[in-house]
Design a protein around this ligand. Sequence first.
Ligand SMILES: [Zn+2]
Length: 263
Amino acid sequence: MTVLVDDRVSLACEGLAEGDLLAVDGLELRVRVSARRKRFALTVEPDAGLTVHVPEGRPAADAEDFVRAHRAWLVEKVGFSERIRPLNPPKRLVDGESFRYLGRTYRLAVSADAPADVRVRLVAGRLVVSQEQADDPDRGRGALINWYCRAGHAWTRGRLQPWAARMGVAEPEVEVRDLGRRWGTYRPEEGGHGPGRMSLGWPLFQLPMHLVDYVVAHELAHVRVPGHRADFWRLLSSALPEFEERRAELDELGRRMWMGEIG
Ligand SMILES: [Zn+2]
C-alpha cells in the first residue's frame, strides 16, 4: 500500500461520511473518516483501489481539492498508465482520410489541380490538400496544422467574450499553435496589468465544442487566479458548473485525438 499525507491546515465545515464514494476527474475513491485524523491522506491498495482518508468534519470540496492536487501522484502509483495511455492514431495523407474539427468528421480530398502549397480549406465538407502536400508528410502535416490553427483561432475569437463576461475577466490575446501535449496555457502580461495571452494547442479543435469551451473557460479563469487551488475551481465552476464532467471527458476523448503523426 502506498500512502501520501497532506500538510495543510484544516477548516471545519459539513463533512463527508464514512464509506462515501468521491468521484474526482475520472477517479473514484472510497472515503474513510476519522475523528483522530488531522490531515488528509491517500492510499492506493495493491488491487489499485483508492481511498481518501478524511479528518472528521472536513467538506467534500476540500477532499476533492486534495485529490486533484495529487492526481499525478495517484495516476502514477496506480499504474494508470494503461488507462490514460495516449492512443493518438497516426493519419495517412490519402483521399478520404478522416479529420475531426469541433467534433465533426471531414474527409481529406487530395487535389491534383491545387497549387503545391495551397492553404488547406474546407470546401464542400472536404479538407483539400495538394498532391505535393499529400506526397510529403512534413509538408502535408504542416499544411493541416496550419489550417487547424487558423480555423481554431477564428472560432475562439468569437467564443471568448461570453465566457469572459460570465467570469468578469478581461479578454486576453489568443493564439493557437503547437503546445505539445497541452491543451492550453495562460501567461499573464509582463508587469501584470493587462489580461495577458492565452495559448491553445491546435489538436484541441478536433474535440467537440463543449470541450473546447472547457479549456477556454479554464484558461480564462487563470486571468484572475493563477494556479489550481480552491478559489480557481470556484471561479471556473461559477461560469461552468459541470466543469468536472467536461474535464474527465477531455481526458478520455483527448487521448484519442490526432497529434500530427503521419503514418
Ligand atoms: Zn490551469
